[in-house]
Design a protein around this ligand. Structure first.
Ligand code: ADP
Ligand code: MG
Length: 592
């Protein structure tokens, strides 16, 4: 007798189940996907004990007749694939025919189903536990399918031991359910836990309404639409401004042809799109649908199908990146002022409840001519602060609201600008930094950066390691207009910097770039170094908080900001401006 034996089917299924059914959330995923494949318009999920005791999915889909039920729990039995070629263009969520068989091998399963065509109330019921199937027999049933999965892993204690608390398992189920609910407009979803309603979305709700229901109004109101199509590729959905980015990925969703994915490539595209908008390492919040010909993508890479392989990866990358960058550039990324103008005064103001929220009062506008604006001011670099005459608050305040860029400087750090429907407070350093960075980028895109060579190089003292690092990246740094040369072991000679930098501080730039190179976890790529160099140069050459600016200087700054594709966040992803709309003011003054 041979030592090698073919495993009994139940044992083989249990082993296969390990890949598909990891925890209650996997059961929810497989069952709800089956409901959607069955054309359901309404899907309800009932959980008990985080799904450990019960996962029940009820749908109004096409249902199964007696003959189908006999096969539903058999491994590799599916209605979604017939021949080999079908694997090349999979449009359904399921296709492997493994889920129900796997689930039935590690839990007690009951299926009640009635086909669409079947007579009133007439359906069938099937039960399965530990590999034994009972039925199907006739049973009263609603149209559609009900599947109950009880006591997951009851017969495999080793697996059961890996389950966490019901609260944790519920959170995992909910995360999954939310993703599916966001991916499928036109379908109503409902989730209950231990008899209590947890989540409800109606069939008629669109993506934004679903986001509002699931994650609240602040996020829904801030969403920026994305829409692009090109040669069979379609991207639609929403991204959130960088200030809403998160440390986790709970609000980052890609749907590929309706399938929620956690694909590395797609996540990389998203992070790349936010480069320069948010470099805090957090994950952008986004709800994005990518649709393409199913033949262009292989979804059969992983048993849970959460990763895919694109046939034309580069094309997908370039297309999606372009669409996302365009959306972000158009977006209003200003932080809304409403959050800072609460009806109750914030803690810092509590001592003086009658104090105005802003440290200046708005006088009635006098009809005063606008200060002259030099036509070349847009291109003129900011002059050093010493030359700037102090602004009298009165002159600036009286200009508020009468000309497009009526503005006033606060605490030598912020510019307050009147808008037709409110006003905005601009962080002068953040804005100048963004402008400088964008202008450097634009110059680079047109060819090479114009540099300013110095007759006498500036010498900067650094550590040996810093000097060595800067020297080893000198080619990339030169592309960014930073001409550094080692000058002895612990000194670097700065020969040139980009001509555009208004107030360059060579020492600070060199030290910042060296710090970046030292901190980089892995060896950075040439593009990362170029990016870091441009950012540091922009940061260390901009007006600082504390620099007094003349009205003309402020207006020149705002004018240059307007000419850019995006001036709404600084290169570190902090907002450049906070906007107070009329509605915020009315709320602050208890007018509504
Ligand atoms: P797959 O989804 O990969 O085909 P499953 O094991 O998940 O494999 O399901 C097996 C088959 O059972 C499906 O192909 C489908 O025909 C049928 N089925 C499962 N769930 C439902 C449902 N909710 N409504 C109608 N048919 C279903
Ligand atoms: Mg399935």
């Amino acid at each position: 007798m041979s030592r090698i034996r073919v495993l009994p089917e139940i044992l083989a299924n249990k082993i296969a189940a390990g890949e598909i059914v990891e925890r209650p959330a996997s059961v929810v995923k497989e069952l709800v996907e089956n409901s959607l494949d069955a054309g359901a318009r309404r899907v309800r999920v009932d959980l008990e004990s985080g799904g450990l005791r019960l996962v029940r999915v009820v749908d109004d889909g096409c249902g199964m007749g007696r003959a189908d039920l006999l096969l539903a729990l058999v491994p590799h039995a599916t209605s979604k694939l017939r021949e080999l070629e079908d694997l090349e263009h999979i449009a359904s969520l399921g296709f492997r025919g493994e889920a129900l068989a796997s689930i039935a091998s590690v839990a007690r399963v009951r299926v009640v189903s009635r086909e669409r065509e079947s007579g009133a109330g007439l359906g069938h019921e099937l039960r399965a536990a530990d590999g034994r199937i009972e039925g199907p027999h006739e049973a009263g049933a609603e149209r559609g399918t009900l599947i109950e999965v009880r006591d997951l892993f009851h017969s495999t204690p080793a697996r059961r031991a890996f389950m966490k608390t019901p609260a944790y398992e519920l959170a995992r189920c909910l995360d999954l359910f939310q993703r599916i609910a966001l991916a499928h407009d036109g379908v109503a979803f409902q989730l209950t836990h231990d008899g209590r309603r947890v989540l409800d979305v109606e069939a008629g709700m669109d993506l934004v309404e679903r986001v509002r229901r699931i994650f609240g109004g602040e996020l829904a109101d801030a969403l920026v639409p994305v829409a692009a199509a090109e040669g069979g590729l379609r991207l639609s959905g929403y991204v959130a401004p960088p200030r809403l980015s998160r440390r986790d990925t709970a609000r980052t969703m890609w749907f590929l042809n309706g399938r929620p994915l956690k694909d590395k490539l797609l996540l990389r595209i998203l992070k790349e799109a936010y480069r320069g908008f948010d470099d805090t390492g957090r994950t952008p919040v986004a709800f994005l649908r990518l649709d393409l010909d199913p033949a262009q993508v292989d979804v059969n890479v992983h048993p849970t199908k959460s990763e895919v392989r694109f046939r034309e990866e580069r094309r997908v990358f370039a297309f999606a990146l372009g669409a996302l960058r365009a959306a972000l550039a158009r977006a209003d990324l200003a932080t809304p002022g409403a959050r800072f103008a609460p009806v109750a005064p914030p803690a810092g103001l509590a001592a003086a409840p009658s104090a105005p929220i802003l440290p200046f009062s708005i006088a009635p506008a006098r009809p005063e001519p606008a200060p002259p604006r030099s036509p070349t001011s847009a291109a003129a670099p900011i002059t050093p602060p010493a030359a700037a005459p102090p602004i009298t608050p009165l002159a600036a305040v009286s200009a508020l609201g009468s000309v497009p860029d009526a503005c006033v400087q606060i605490a030598a750090s912020y510019i307050v600008r009147a808008l037709p429907d409110g006003f905005e407070v601009i962080d002068q350093h953040a804005l100048h930094e963004r402008i400088t960075y964008e202008e450097l980028r634009a110059e680079l895109a047109r060819g090479a950066l114009e540099v300013q060579r110095w007759l006498v190089p500036e010498l900067v003292e650094l550590s040996r390691a810093e000097v060595a690092l800067l020297a080893s990246w000198s080619a990339e740094l030169a592309r960014a207009g930073l001409l550094f040369e080692p000058f002895g072991d612990t000194t670097i000679a700065v020969h040139a910097l980009p001509a555009r930098l208004a107030r360059p501080r060579p020492g600070a730039i060199a030290r910042d770039v060296a710090a970046f190179l030292e901190d980089a976890e892995r060896s950075p790529g040439p593009e990362d170094v170029l990016e870091a160099a441009l950012q540091r140069a922009a940061c260390r050459s901009s007006v600082m908080a504390g620099d007094v600016l003349s009205l003309q200087e402020m207006q020149a700054l705002l004018e240059r900001g307007r000419a850019l594709e995006s001036d709404q966040t600084c290169v570190h992803g902090r907002p450049t401006r906070v906007r107070f709309r009329l509605a915020d003011l009315e709320r602050a003054f208890h007018r509504r």
